[in-house]
Design a protein around this ligand. Structure first.
Ligand code: EPZ
Length: 432
């Protein structure tokens, strides 16, 4: 008799095992936006009063940001979907290196620390699977506000020279509409002396959400959501109680889960203006969408090929490029997807090919010839959106798909498999 050693759960690489081919039905709840909550948390450093954020998603990145703020001396309390931060006790200008390494978003601390303390030392966020992720625009803008900035040994050190350590307002023209740089410079400028104008600013909803919070804290900002943001500095900011916007990328991922399984699902809350390009592409592909209040109902029977190119907002979002490619791998006809934002965000193509997808690559463009049915296989997610894309492909595939790369998935999606199982999917998590 041959004994097959069954590795204990702790030895199994964390993975999701998906039994595909099932139709979904019911309601999916969208959590607060990860890419808003993280930068809103950093804004607590700007004030000596308490900041309370609601509709905060329960994600590993959120917990990591809380640890970083606590290490800076901020009092942090978490509840169900809320988090309270007390910036009064801020007593450090440099987050600990070992914590920062685990969370790129910790770089959001540099702007508020510099504005509040006149000094900040934050390790470079560094590259990741999808690209080099430079911070040139952040550094250029901080210098335009009067900071001296040096980068040595992987650490960005910024200081405001002279008495009073207060930044001075100025005109900043960004070479590219960087989301993170726009947010960093907004937080630096709100306490600066005088007026700041940020030209070629990012238009993303998360930028507008940050402006909403800062204005609630007493900042003077106009033009958020347009390419030109004007900020008049104030002496201090007070606390606020503020709700994070819904996560448009999670919402889009759930809409795609309905489309790829040819199901009808109700997703809420959804703010249609935050997903305009995605909703347009879904309808162009043949999905039927119906908005009712803050909910969006999607149904899909036949999905046809469409072409898409990722662009800064309001163009098609790069964060939904991989999930949408999974859908188009099962569409009728040949689609063309071009990734224009990140230099290395097409690694999921090889994984989809393992599942039988017919995709040909040419530079940053993928030509996807839809197949009738994908086949389940063991696959790997290379960033949080690629991991989600592989789960979507598994929902539609024949047989069993095993998706590794949950360390990425869990950073961006709260209880992803739990939410999908509640509407009829069959997903089991193994190994943590
Ligand atoms: C934010 O990253 C999001 N992350 C990303 O979401 C999202 O993909 C990205 O915006 C684009 O929408 C958070 O908000 C935490 P960028 P960010 O600066 O701010 C280049 C996810 O999956 N660039 O707008 O880092 C850069 O190389 C993540 O949730 C420069 O060239 O994005 C990239 O090609 C992934 N110079 C492009 O701009 C700079 O100084 C977009 O980067 C800065 C950026």
């Amino acid at each position: 008799m041959t004994l097959t050693a069954v590795p204990s759960q702790s030895l199994v690489t964390p993975q999701l095992e998906i039994s595909g081919g099932r139709r979904l039905s019911g309601d999916l709840r969208v959590s607060g936006a990860k890419n808003s909550a993280l930068v809103l948390m950093a804004a607590c450093l700007l004030s000596e009063d308490g900041l309370r954020l609601r509709n905060v998603p329960p994600l590993t990145d959120i917990a990591a940001m809380g640890e970083i703020l606590a290490a800076l001396g901020v009092g942090v309390r978490r509840g169900g979907d809320w988090i309270e931060m007390d910036g009064r006790t801020l007593n450090k200008s440099a987050p600990p290196y070992e914590l920062v390494n685990s969370l790129r978003a910790s770089f959001f601390c540099i702007g508020p620390l510099l504005a509040r303390l006149g000094v900040a030392r934050v390790p470079l966020p560094g590259g990741c699977q999808i690209g080099t992720r430079p911070v040139v625009e952040h550094v250029k803008g901080l210098k335009a506000l009067g900071a001296q900035v040096t980068i040595e040994h992987g650490v960005v050190s910024a200081v405001v020279p002279g008495r009073g350590h207060r930044l001075s307002g100025g005109r900043i023209h960004m070479d590219c509409p960087s989301v993170g740089a726009t947010e960093t410079l907004m937080m630096a400028a709100v306490l600066a002396d005088g007026e700041t104008v940020i030209e070629n600013a990012a238009l993303e909803p998360e930028v507008v959400d940050l402006a909403g919070l800062l204005i609630a804290m007493g900042a003077r900002i106009r033009g958020a959501g347009t390419p030109s943001i004007t900020i008049v500095g104030v002496d201090r900011l007070h606390g606020a109680d503020y709700a994070v916007i819904p996560d448009r990328i999670e919402a889009g991922t759930f809409l795609l889960a309905a489309a790829i399984t040819r199901s009808t699902l109700r997703v809420s809350p959804v703010i249609p203006e935050h997903l305009g390009a995605v909703l347009t592409k879904l309808e162009e592909a043949g999905a039927l969408l119906e908005a009712d209040g803050t909910a969006m109902t999607i149904s899909a029977e036949t999905i046809n090929a469409v072409d898409l190119r990722t662009q800064p907002f309001p163009g098609f979002p790069t964060d939904l490029q991989a999930p949408f490619m999974s859908l188009l791998a099962t569409a009728k006809g040949t689609s063309v997807i071009t990734e224009n934002i990140f230099e290395n965000r097409l690694q999921h193509v090889a994984e989809l090919q393992r599942m039988g997808a017919a995709i040909r690559m040419q530079g940053n463009t993928a030509f996807i010839e839809g197949v009738h049915r994908l086949s389940g296989a063991p696959v790997q997610g290379s960033d949080l959106r690629a991991s989600a894309a592989m789960v979507l492909a598994g929902l539609a595939a024949e047989g069993i798909t095993r998706v590794q790369g949950l360390e990425y998935l869990d950073r961006g999606y709260a209880d992803f498999e739990g939410k999908l199982n509640a509407v009829g999917a069959s997903i089991r998590r193994h190994g943590g």
